[in-house]
Design a protein around this ligand. Structure first.
Ligand SMILES: Nc1ncnc2c1ncn2[C@@H]1O[C@H](COP(=O)(O)OP(=O)(O)OP(=O)(O)O)[C@@H](O)[C@H]1O
Ligand SMILES: [Mg+2]
Length: 366
């Protein structure tokens, strides 16, 4: 059993910081990534993901703070760290004038693999990612996806405990993406920790046990994808609750001429409280002849809590979760001559969480 078997965290950062002049690309980052997990590292362009990865893989030194990678301090033991990690960089860094196999061999030589082991590993990995058929082609003649596969082979040649993948599926066709996703899961099931930088929320939701969202060099959110989505729902509920108490105090202040408006607001309170209990869902309907009259009819339906938006024929609304709600909405549309093209219901996605978390941090930071 090696040291990594016993470790709880594959990576732990301690106030990890990288400054370029006065600009902090990564700002006092504290993060723990569980051993043998798949971790998704998200953030807008320029947030500091690649800079973090470069520090964790000992390509650039931190300005201050440090990190343990595979149990080794990145500043004190960079060579030990390098032996434990593999890296598929954002921009593929292979030698274009060498063949796919020669590139892999070069990497094996860098890690000092004996000749017979080198050949065996290259064959095995090339078969695993399905690139053996192109082993004797020069890298400059390969497609983007094929280069990415060679890059994966080269990064795994020394069987690293931790594999960093910086946007590995960008520009890949759906089939090749799928192959890489399966490979990531397979590697993880064999005990490799995977750090996956990605802008593809579907990919992250599908593969990652934990997610970190970095924004302007700081960690803006960290949790499982599901917990992040649940947290967002809870925050929305709490915002509604505070609006409800505001309305109640407004009613208390109002005199009788304003009673009609007050009743409308009271209806709003009831609707909101029902929504607070999670008794609503968002429904999105595409109606090719949507008009204002139809929108007004739906607004008046008791099961419709709120019209969130409507344009280009698509109407999105929060409706009751009761059994007849969807029926009522659809029946009203049909009865009033609406032509429904498609219907979908939605819960918040990881993409919604990403947009919310990064937007919030931007406002707070200003
Ligand atoms: N060598 C450098 N000199 C100065 N600034 C740099 C340098 N490298 C990165 N930066 C800046 O640091 C910030 C973080 O960059 P980084 O490449 O880490 O972002 P990222 O999160 O990987 O973005 P993307 O999603 O676009 O890949 C950016 O504002 C970038 O301009
Ligand atoms: Mg990057």
């Amino acid at each position: 059993m090696n040291g990594c078997e016993l470790m709880k965290y594959a990576i732990e950062t301690f106030d990890l910081t990288k400054k370029y002049g006065n600009f902090a690309a990564v700002d006092t980052l504290n993060m723990k990534i569980e051993n043998k997990s798949i971790f998704g590292f998200l953030g807008p362009n320029g947030a500091g993901k690649t800079t973090t990865i470069k520090m964790l893989t000992c390509l650039i030194p931190p300005t201050s703070g440090t990190a343990n990678v595979a149990g080794y301090d990145i500043i004190k033991y960079p060579n030990e760290v390098r032996q434990k990690i593999g890296m598929v960089p954002q921009l593929v860094s292979l030698y274009g004038d060498l063949t796919a196999r020669e590139n892999a061999e070069l990497c094996a030589d860098y890690y000092g693999l004996p000749k017979d082991l080198k050949a065996e590993r290259i064959d095995e990995l090339m078969e695993l990612v399905d690139i053996k058929y192109a082993e004797n082609k020069m890298v400059k003649q390969l497609s983007g996806g094929q280069k990415q596969k060679v890059s994966v082979v080269a990064s795994l040649i020394h069987q690293p405990d931790i594999l960093f993948l910086d946007e590995p599926t960008i520009g890949l066709d759906p089939t090749t993406k799928q192959v890489l996703w399966e490979l990531i899961e397979e590697l993880n099931s064999k005990g490799h920790t995977i750090i996956l930088c990605s802008h593809d929320m579907y990919e992250v939701d599908l593969l990652c046990e934990n997610v970190g969202i970095i924004n302007q060099g700081k960690l803006a959110a960290f949790n499982t994808p599901q917990a992040l989505k649940d947290q967002m729902m809870a925050e929305e509920k709490s915002a509604k609750r505070s609006r409800m108490s505001e309305i109640v105090s407004e009613i208390e202040k109002k005199s009788s001429p304003a009673i009609n408006g007050t009743i409308d607001e009271l209806k709003g309170i009831i609707v909101d409280s029902e929504k607070e209990n999670g008794e609503y869902r968002e429904i999105s309907i595409l109606i090719n002849n949507l008009n204002d009259e139809l929108v007004a009819k739906m607004t008046r339906l008791p099961v419709v809590f709120e019209i969130n938006e409507h344009h280009s024929g698509r109407i999105k609304m929060d409706i009751s979760k009761c059994d007849n709600a969807v029926n009522d909405v659809i029946w009203t549309i049909i009865k009033n001559g609406g032509n429904i093209t498609s219907i979908s219901t939605q819960d918040p996605s990881l993409e919604d969480v990403f947009v919310k978390v990064t937007a919030r941090e931007k406002t707070e930071g200003e």
